[in-house]
Every structure is written in structure tokens, then in C-alpha cells.
Write a protein that binds this ligand. Structure first.
Ligand SMILES: Cc1cc2nc3c(=O)[nH]c(=O)nc-3n(C[C@H](O)[C@H](O)[C@H](O)COP(=O)(O)OP(=O)(O)OC[C@H]3O[C@@H](n4cnc5c(N)ncnc54)[C@H](O)[C@@H]3O)c2cc1C
Length: 434
């Protein structure tokens, strides 16, 4: 494997990124199979994204590290200028008659409170809730806000440009017993007990099962960068089929124990755009999400080509030596097509479409002339002073990879912008006073 390049891998930040201390056999099998089919072993966070490898994760010593643990907890009780209000939901951004944001109304344990900002309000509620909060506060598409009797403060394309790395469920790799990692309830209970007792975590629960294998693929060699990512989830084979008939989603816990793999072929460059609206019957409730996947029909073809490549893994030594195979039983909604044909894969895409939980773009960053832009390049909301958005919703286009690290980066860069701006203002003020 390509050694990690320090230029791409800092070692002194708050957020730790590492490989899991435990790798299971099916995960190695998948990486080997991709490699056999021509994908190089690579450091996908380095110079060359194309290829396959064991995932780098926001984890340390076998435990996931959230941004809360990495950034907030170490300073939570040390910084006098930091107050964290838990179990609190912001209901509205307060904006005065001069169109300046000056605080928020939030609810905690059923009571309403107001927090006032001395400098500015920064919204980081994510791609689904930041647009909701802006719209509830009068920042959004005029027609939609009028329908809900919300006074319009700034008419912007909030909630539009919604997109995601679309994928589908329904391709299953069955694992024979000697490869599978499924365990019975007693073994599982013991593993959990053991894991909790460990000071430095190791063993199956210190990893994420087949999620540890990642691959990036180009459906056309002339493309500048991969347009497909493969991600694996562990599933229990029989349970999966039972659930899929009335498909809602697949959840098994913990991810380390499974006897089948659900590979997902993700379109990294979707052209379709959806939108998010407030729910007219309850604007404070869940917003309405119109994903609009495959509005642009060309979004399906890369997934079809990628899935064909995926299915070809069955011919590899890695699969054969382990006895792994694709379950060639057509799923209910697509039983009129031959398993594995393009028509079958297209049908799966349409019938068992799913998100990879990478929604972005609903408060798009862009220049002033861009009619879809909600925030400027310094993340300030157009038409409202003292208000920024700083999260995945500002991404104009989803990156070709998972969205967590880029979201953290937006936060880091956004903070620099705030510091820069207020430092400049203070310096100017001091000069003026002198
Ligand atoms: C199940 C799942 C698995 C994922 N796995 C991965 C992965 O393996 N790798 C990866 O790179 N990405 C992954 N992602 C995507 C990644 O988590 C997101 O891209 C990232 O968290 C986006 O960051 P954000 O700051 O925009 O939003 P969020 O992380 O969603 O942060 C928004 C925060 O605002 C809070 N909030 C929302 N509304 C309000 C309100 N009104 N008042 C107060 N607080 C509010 C929320 O509680 C939340 O804490 C996954 C996502 C999901 C859902």
C-alpha cells in the first residue's frame, strides 16, 4: 500500500483519523477482489483517489471520535466564552427591521428562551435543518413563504439544490460460514461485555465490519476523477430478504457481525437536484424532502456500469477462495428482469433507491449573480447582516467522497473567516479611535 503522505495527513489537529485496529476476513476479501480487478491499493485521502483500501475513519484506538468529542468536550468547561445548551432546539433566528440577525429563540424542556448575539448568528444545523430554520425565520423562496404566511426578509433559493450520493439496495454478497462473522446472541453479548471492559479497544467491535473496505472507480478511464464509490454494509442474509420485501431500510447492530454484504454503488457526481420545503401543516415539524433522484436520467448509467464492475468481482480468486457469491434471486419489484442485466440494475435503482446520508447544497454558497446562491463565499447570508451558515448545506456541489470531513473543514474555514472579519473590524475601530 502507498505510504501515507504527510502533505495530505496532518498529525496535530483536534480530529483524529485512523484505521481501525481490527480487520475482518470479508473486508480483506473485498479489498483483495477490487485490487485483483485492477483497482490499485491506494491512500484515497492522498494524491490518487482511484483505487481501494481499508478505510480511514474518524476514530482513535478502536473508538469512533465525534466532532463533539474532538472539538467541544476538551474545551467545554474551560472556555469562559463558551456555553453549550443541551436538549435545546432553535425555533427561529431573530432578525430586526434593519435586516440584521441579533439572536435566536430556542426551546429547552418545553420552555422558550432567547439568546442574543453581540456580533453575529451562525447556523450549523445541517443540510436538512439549516434551510428549515432559515425559512422559518423569513429567509427563503418568496412564494413558498407567502403560502405559509411567513414574512419574507430575504427572497433566496433556500432548500433548493438538494443532492446526495444516490445509491440503491438489492445486490447481496452471501458469505459462507468460514468467512461470515455472524454470531449468536450469547457470543454477541460477551463481545459487548468484553469491549466495554477494554481500556484500549480491539476485536470486532473496534471496527465497522465491511464498511472498512472502500473503493473508488471510474466508469470511463478518460474521466478526470472517480465517478463511483463502493461502500459495503454488513447484513444478516435471511433477515435482509425478509425486510427488503417491504423495504424501509436495513439496520443491524452492531455492524461487525454479519453473514452477507450489501455493497452500494454510489454516484459521486449526481446531476439531479431536489428540494426541501417546510411542512405546511406543521412548519416546525419534519420538512418535506423531494429528493428527485434520477430527475436527470443520465445519473443512472454510472451506477449501472459500476454495478456491472462490482458483479464481476465474483470471478476473482479472492471471492472463489472464500466461496463468496452474489445472491442471484431477483427482488420482488424487479422479478420481471434477468438478475444482473442492465434492466434489472436500473429497476433496482428505481425501486430500492436510497440515500447514502450525504445530503448537501440546500443553502448553496455562490457569487451574487448566482440566483441559486444563499450565502456568499464568506458564508454570509445574502440580504441579512450578521448571519452565516456553516455546514454541509453550503456545498454548491457534493464532493466525490464522504461528506463528514468536508463539513468539518467548512466549520474550520468558517471560523477563520469570522475571526478575520472581527479582527479587521476591531483594528479599524482602534485606528479610528486613535
Ligand atoms: C447514518 C449516517 C451515517 C453517516 N456516515 C458517514 C461516514 O461514515 N462518513 C462520512 O464522511 N459521513 C457520514 N455521514 C454524513 C455526515 O454525518 C454528514 O455529512 C455531516 O455530519 C454533516 O455535518 P453538518 O454539520 O452539516 O450537519 P450535522 O452533523 O447533522 O450537524 C447538525 C447539528 O445541528 C443540530 N440541529 C439541527 N437542527 C437544530 C435546531 N433547530 N436547533 C439546535 N440544533 C439543531 C443537530 O442535532 C446536529 O447536531 C453519515 C450520516 C448519517 C446520517
Amino acid at each position: 500500500m502507498e505510504s501515507l503522505n504527510r502533505k495530505y495527513h496532518g498529525v496535530d489537529g483536534e480530529q483524529s483519523v485512523s484505521r481501525y485496529p481490527y480487520v475482518d476476513a470479508p473486508s480483506v476479501m473485498m479489498t483483495d477482489a477490487f485490487n485483483e480487478r485492477g483497482l490499485p491499493l491506494t491512500d484515497y485521502n492522498g494524491v490518487n483517489q482511484l483505487g481501494t483500501m481499508q478505510a480511514q475513519a474518524v476514530a482513535q484506538d478502536g473508538e469512533r471520535v465525534s466532532t463533539n468529542n474532538a472539538f467541544i468536550q476538551p474545551i467545554r468547561y474551560r472556555r469562559k466564552n463558551l456555553t453549550v445548551k443541551v436538549n435545546s432546539e432553535v425555533l427561529k433566528i431573530l432578525i430586526d427591521e434593519h435586516r440584521r440577525a441579533y439572536g435566536v429563540v430556542y426551546k429547552q424542556h418545553g420552555r422558550l428562551y432567547t439568546a442574543v448575539a453581540s456580533k453575529e448568528v451562525i447556523v450549523s444545523a445541517g443540510s436538512l435543518n439549516s434551510p428549515k430554520l432559515l425559512m422559518l425565520s423569513g429567509v427563503g423562496p418568496k412564494e413558498h413563504l407567502h403560502e405559509l404566511n411567513i414574512d419574507v426578509i430575504s427572497d433566496l433559493a433556500v432548500g433548493e439544490n438538494l443532492h446526495d450520493h444516490v445509491t440503491f439496495n438489492g445486490i447481496i454478497i452471501a458469505l459462507p460460514n468460514e468467512t461470515a462473522t455472524a454470531v449468536d446472541d450469547n457470543q454477541l453479548f460477551n463481545e459487548i461485555k468484553l469491549y466495554k471492559q477494554m481500556d484500549v479497544k480491539h476485536g470486532p467491535l473496534s471496527a465497522s465490519g465491511p464498511l472498512s473496505t472502500i473503493a473508488f472507480y471510474k466508469t470511463d478511464p478518460s474521466l478526470p476523477a472517480p465517478d463511483i464509490q463502493f461502500q459495503m454494509a454488513g447484513v444478516k442474509y435471511m433477515e435482509y430478504f425478509k425486510e427488503l420485501v417491504a423495504y424501509e431500510g436495513v439496520n443491524i447492530f452492531p455492524t461487525a457481525f454479519y453473514d452477507a454484504i450489501l455493497p452500494q454503488t454510489m454516484n459521486l457526481v449526481p446531476k439531479s437536484r431536489g428540494k426541501l420545503l417546510l411542512n405546511a401543516t406543521n412548519p416546525h415539524g419534519d420538512p418535506l424532502i423531494f429528493a428527485n433522484y434520477f430527475e436527470d436520467p443520465t445519473d443512472i448509467m454510472p451506477i449501472v456500469k459500476g454495478t456491472r464492475f462490482l458483479i464481476s468481482l465474483e470471478d476473482t480468486h479472492a471471492f472463489k477462495s472464500k466461496g463468496a457469491y452474489f445472491v442471484k434471486k431477483p427482488l420482488e419489484a424487479c422479478r420481471d428482469y434477468d438478475w444482473g442485466s442492465d434492466e434489472y440494475i436500473i429497476c433496482l435503482n428505481r425501486a430500492y433507491t436510497r440515500s447514502t446520508y450525504h445530503p448537501v447544497g440546500t443553502c448553496k454558497m455562490g457569487p451574487q449573480w448566482d440566483r441559486k446562491a444563499v450565502v456568499d463565499p464568506r458564508l454570509r447570508v445574502y440580504g441579512v447582516a450578521g448571519l452565516r451558515v456553516m455546514d454541509s448545506s453550503i456545498m454548491p456541489v457534493v464532493p466525490r467522497g464522504n461528506t463528514n470531513a468536508p463539513s468539518i473543514m467548512i466549520g474550520e474555514r468558517g471560523v477563520d473567516l469570522v475571526i478575520e472579519e472581527w479582527r479587521e473590524t476591531t483594528t479599524k475601530l482602534v485606528k479610528y479611535l486613535v
